[in-house]
Unconditional design. Structure first.
Length: 118
C-alpha cells in the first residue's frame, strides 16, 4: 500500500477544495478496506473527519457534516474529500487512512496541507 494524498493548498474562506488520495500499491488492500480522512492542527490531536467502507457506506464526524463529502473510486483506487464552505479553522494537514480491522492493517499516507485564509 502506498497512499499519496494531494489537492491541498491555499484557499479563501468560503471556497472549496477537493482532496485526493490514491493507493498506488496495486489496489488489493483498497478494494477490501475502509478508507478515511483525518486532519491535524499543530499541537492538537489528529481528528477523524469521515470514512467510507468498501461497500460505499459513508460516515462523518459531526462538525464537517454538510460541508465535506467523502467518496471513493474503486477503479482508480482513489478516495476523495470534497470540502465546501471552507473556514479558517479548517486549516490543517489532512491525512488519508486505509484500514481493515479484521485483516489487521492500518496504513497512513503523507498529509496534504490546507490553508484557509480569512
Amino acid at each position: 500500500v502506498q497512499l499519496q494524498a494531494s489537492g491541498g493548498g491555499l484557499v479563501q474562506a468560503g471556497g472549496s477544495l477537493r482532496l485526493s488520495c490514491v493507493d498506488s500499491g496495486g489496489g488489493f488492500h483498497f478494494s477490501i478496506s475502509t478508507v478515511a480522512w483525518y486532519r491535524q492542527v499543530p499541537g492538537k490531536q489528529r481528528e477523524s473527519l469521515a470514512d467510507i467502507t468498501n461497500f460505499n457506506r459513508a460516515n462523518y464526524a459531526d462538525f464537517p457534516k454538510g460541508r465535506f463529502t467523502i467518496s471513493r473510486d474503486s477503479t482508480t483506487h482513489t478516495v476523495y474529500l470534497q470540502m465546501n464552505s471552507l473556514k479558517p479553522e479548517d486549516t490543517a494537514v489532512y491525512y488519508c487512512n486505509l484500514r481493515n480491522k479484521r485483516a489487521g492493517w492500518d496504513f497512513w499516507g503523507h498529509g496534504t496541507k490546507v490553508t484557509v485564509s480569512s
